[in-house]
Design a protein around this ligand. Sequence first.
Ligand code: NAD
Length: 491
Amino acid sequence: MSCNLKENVIEVFNPTNGQHLKEIPITTDSQFKEIIEKSIESKNYWNNSIPGFRKNLIKKFRKAIIQNMDLFIETICSETGKKKFEGMLEVYTSVEHMKHSEKLLSKVFKKKNRSVGTLLTKKAWTELQPLGIAGIISPWNYPLILTLTPVIEALSAGNVVILKPSEQTPLTTELLKSIWDESTEQPDILQIIYGGGKIGSKLVNAPEVDIICFTGSTKIGKMIAIDCAKNLKPVILELGGKDPMIICEDANIDRAVNGAVWGGMSNAGQTCISVERIFVHENIKGEFVKKISEKIKKLSAGNSKNSEVGSISVEAGLEKIKSQIKNEKKASEIIQGGNDKNGFYFPPTVVIDPEFNGELMQDETFGPVVSITSFKTEEEAINLANSTGYGLSASVFSANKSKGKKIASQIRAGSVAINDVMTHYGIADLPFGGVGLSGIGRVHGEEGIKAFCLQKSYMTNRINLGDEMWWYSKSEKFEGIIRKFLKMYFG
Ligand code: NAD
């Protein structure tokens, strides 16, 4: 068990050993009301703050996170069952994104002049404004990154934030909140609500909340989209994936093997962009399978220092992985590494030639499992990659750069890494998000901050004339002149 959602509290457990970690009180209805009221009270102040002020506070917050890095790593690992190195990577990715948001704050809020086309007496420009109050709902698989990055983008944009972390991993957020309060002395700008789907739904449906950013499963994402649609509330949905990896005949096989192993197994495969389906050219399939099998057999999931793969964080997740493997009847071979028998450990697993329409190939596995299927032509590989309704990200391995780019452009996904896996997520300036069942909207980069803003357009006159050529009432002669101009200029 990693969490027990009781009526009034969340009991949090360490998934590697079942140790009881802490009880977190669930936010009550009256506390929720108070949080909304405080957000409304602080809205004017924060929404109108200058970007430089917000930048300084975010910088202080970032430095405080780094000062408390060990505590963050320990907390993340205790409630998720990650390895220490993986916990450190979470801190790294989070502060990388924070620092980039600070940089963007100096430029994205500047007024931008726009072309007026043929309306030469006019002047036009755009400016970004915060939407007001942002509601952020996060999952458990990266309790720091996936909570902090949207929070920072929403705060950078000038929104007051109400955050609901996953009930499975509330401790990282509890720590984050205490560090925020201490380092910025702005407790009402970032407030937290604790609990499960019920309180999450309350946040989504609160009329005072101006935008929702949800990271989680496709199933819940669809429900949230419907709730937001009722009030036409803007919503960013960062949902599940079933990422394909295409390995061309000319690829560097050793790099592809290492990439596939890390991309499929790191964080015990519980990454929205982890490699789940590998499509390898038929002429190199034998060598690829031999090499990946050797690596997988040496890899183990467990508590000891020698085991590189951590624990599955949530018991239901472990059951889903087991059931997908059990129901896979067509595979020619299933190769597995080792695993501790206590705790939620699942062995690193490679499934060769699985049933194409089976669960393992169509549904998100979210575990240390990759499948391998061969292809003959590029076209076939692209069709295979595009065969699930998901479109989060993908990877292509080829020694030929233009071939790699060409294949990448034909994969229906929000991001594609060429000769690498998952690293695009760490590039803070690259917009991130999915298509199809993987979601709507973008986080990261300029787009990530803009997603939490109202992009406002303004216009005025260069010269204030008493009349405009399109106002009432113009002569036929004047109309004739305009017609001539249209023919001359646009015809
Ligand atoms: P989940 O959908 O079960 O829960 C996510 C969050 O939504 C939790 O905080 C949960 O309490 C809350 N929630 C549940 N019901 C709700 C409701 N009706 N209204 C509002 N909130 C509600 O997802 P999870 O199991 O925590 O996370 C794993 C999933 O997240 C995987 O599918 C994974 O692919 C996806 N994910 C996506 C990304 C991405 O960036 N695209 C990143 C990480 C994880």
